[in-house]
Design a protein. Structure first.
Length: 497
């Protein structure tokens, strides 16, 4: 058991290079989800605070202190940030566990990924880009990529550090200035990240962090005319609201939203391996992962066998506090989210699904004050049930049966979401056939969850618009400008007089 320090010094926002309280001095408590204790207080920022951050970012952008320096110089800052993340890795890992609840093992991966993401974009931004075109003499046509300007970045609580870095690293690499808002539920590693940005000496006003309720501070970021783009990760309902809000000022919008991802298992697959990956697909992160394999579809000839083995292993998952090294699954992030997940479990029962295991809040000694839920499995579900259609975002999975490839694809694509999906089979051609039919942005064959900084992340349908990571993730934060140069100026000759 790792003793994690109990409190973090009260949190402040970072605006125009200075640490600030909310202008009205209001705060809200930050809770450790493993035991319900208050670990800090975060500023309850206001519209005025959001505007101060937006104006600081606008001023820094117009001054060219960031967009005007060379890509190599910007990259050198990003490399320094990555090095600092490595230097503070142990502290960041503990803070993430304390704030979000995830086991130290998971938090450690996130921290390492965060450093790697900064390094990736530091490298990418110095690579050649742009295009030239062979047009008729004496013209020369070319395309250059430019920063968009002030980017509003709004992130959720499930990967407080990593989701932030997925936006901050490419946005800064591209030369933008940023107004960033973490989730109010998990502001602690964001605060540490901004301490790092300050430590490496990022010019004043380039990176601003404002905290406060989404409908107040987030809404101001999405609606303000001085914000040129909003990049949002969170729920589909909020994403729709942001898209509508941003439309008034015609901002570019990038949305990484929810999912209800299918994990398709064919009978020819080794059953033990299929169960192993499927458990990882849903219960990693306590199911609070946008791409979680929350709908398992199993070919009917092995369905019963699969369910029995899956349930047997789900029951053995070690649920506990994140700082306990034997813990395999931590708590849910907040009491409010716990209520939401338990509500869905009740709903599943009312809809007539069979609870094959789990379904309860865990109240045994040591966990009774935290927000723990048993790994939960529903079977005998129908496609139209809300527990099949809606994102629960907890350790709750539905296991469905299919008779052939065609039905598997139909069920898999049968929700409004299209974030991720996986296929397990030993038949290579079948795997590719099925994956190509999935209406989803991220797919795996005989695997679940691996994500790479190099590869684009994002969804089809109501799972979002645009992509994070890879070259696509950088392009989200760039404008494209066409430049046409006349190399020999002569009269146009269009008008005679
Ligand atoms: P929410 O949509 O509730 O919140 C996400 C962020 O948006 C928070 O910072 C929140 O602020 C803010 N926000 C809330 N309302 C508004 C508003 N009206 N205007 C502007 N900003 C607002 O999502 P959760 O935090 O509950 O996160 C879970 C969701 O995120 C899941 O649906 C999950 O699938 C999705 N997600 C998607 C990922 C992807 O890559 N596709 C990755 C990770 C998560 P605050 O909370 O402070 O009020």
């Amino acid at each position: 058991m790792v003793e994690i320090k109990k409190r973090v010094v009260n949190i402040k926002m970072f605006i125009d290079g200075e640490w600030k309280d909310a202008e009205n001095l209001q705060t809200r408590p930050v809770i450790n989800p493993a035991n319900g204790e208050v670990i800090s207080y975060a500023p309850e920022g206001t519209v005025a605070d959001a505007r101060a951050a937006i104006y600081a970012a606008r001023h820094a952008f117009e001054a060219g202190v960031w967009s005007g320096i060379s890509a190599q110089e910007r990259a050198s800052y990003l490399f320094k940030i990555a090095d600092k993340i490595d230097e503070y890795a142990a502290e960041l890992t503990e803070l993430e566990t304390m704030d979000n609840g995830k086991p130290l093992r998971e938090a450690g991966f996130d921290v390492a990924d965060a450093a790697a993401c900064f390094r990736y974009y530091a490298g990418l931004i110095t690579a050649p880009d742009g295009q030239t075109y062979h047009v008729a003499d004496p013209m020369q046509a070319m395309v250059v990529r430019e920063p968009i300007g002030v980017c509003g970045l709004i992130v959720p609580w499930n990967y407080p550090l990593l989701m932030s870095v997925w936006k901050i690293a490419p946005a800064l690499a591209a030369g933008n200035t940023i107004v960033y808002k973490p989730s109010e539920v998990t502001p602690i590693t964001p605060k540490k990240l901004f301490e790092i940005l300050e430590e490496v000496g990022l010019p004043k006003g380039v990176a601003n962090m404002v905290m406060g309720a989404g409908p107040v501070v987030g809404n101001e970021i999405a609606s303000h005319p001085e914000v040129d783009m909003v990049s949002f990760t969170g729920g589909t309902k909020t994403g729709k609201h942001i898209m509508k809000t941003a439309a008034d000022t015609m901002k570019k919008v990038s949305l990484e939203l929810g999912g209800k991802s299918p994990n398709i298992i064919f009978a020819d697959m080794d059953l033990e391996l299929a169960v192993d990956y499927a458990l990882f697909g849903i219960y990693a992160g306590s199911g609070q992962v946008c791409s979680a394999g929350s709908r398992i579809l199993v070919e009917e000839s092995v369905y019963d066998q699969f369910v029995n083995r899956f349930v047997e292993r789900a029951r053995k998952i070690q649920v506990g506090t994140g700082n306990d090294s034997s813990t395999e699954m931590g708590p849910l992030v907040s009491e409010q989210h716990l209520e939401k997940v338990l509500h869905y479990i009740e709903l599943g029962k009312q809809e007539g699904a069979t609870l094959a295991c789990g379904g309860n809040r865990i109240v045994r000694d040591g966990l009774d004050k935290g927000y723990f839920v048993e790994p939960t499995v529903f079977i005998d579900v129908k496609q139209k049930m809300r527990i099949v259609q809606e994102e629960i975002f907890g350790p709750v999975v539905v296991i469905q049966k299919f008779k052939d490839e065609e039905e598997a694809i139909k069920l898999a694509n049968g929700t409004v979401y299209g974030l991720a999906g996986a296929v397990f089979t030993n038949d290579g051609a079948k795997a590719l056939r099925v994956v190509k039919k999935l209406r989803a942005g991220i797919t795996w064959v005989n695997s679940y969850h691996p994500t790479y900084n190099e590869a684009p992340w994002g969804g089809y349908k109501q799972s979002g618009v645009g992509r994070s990571l890879g070259t696509f993730g950088l392009e989200e934060f760039q404008e494209i400008k066409q430049i046409n140069i006349n190399l020999q100026v002569e009269p146009v000759g269009w008008f005679s007089n």
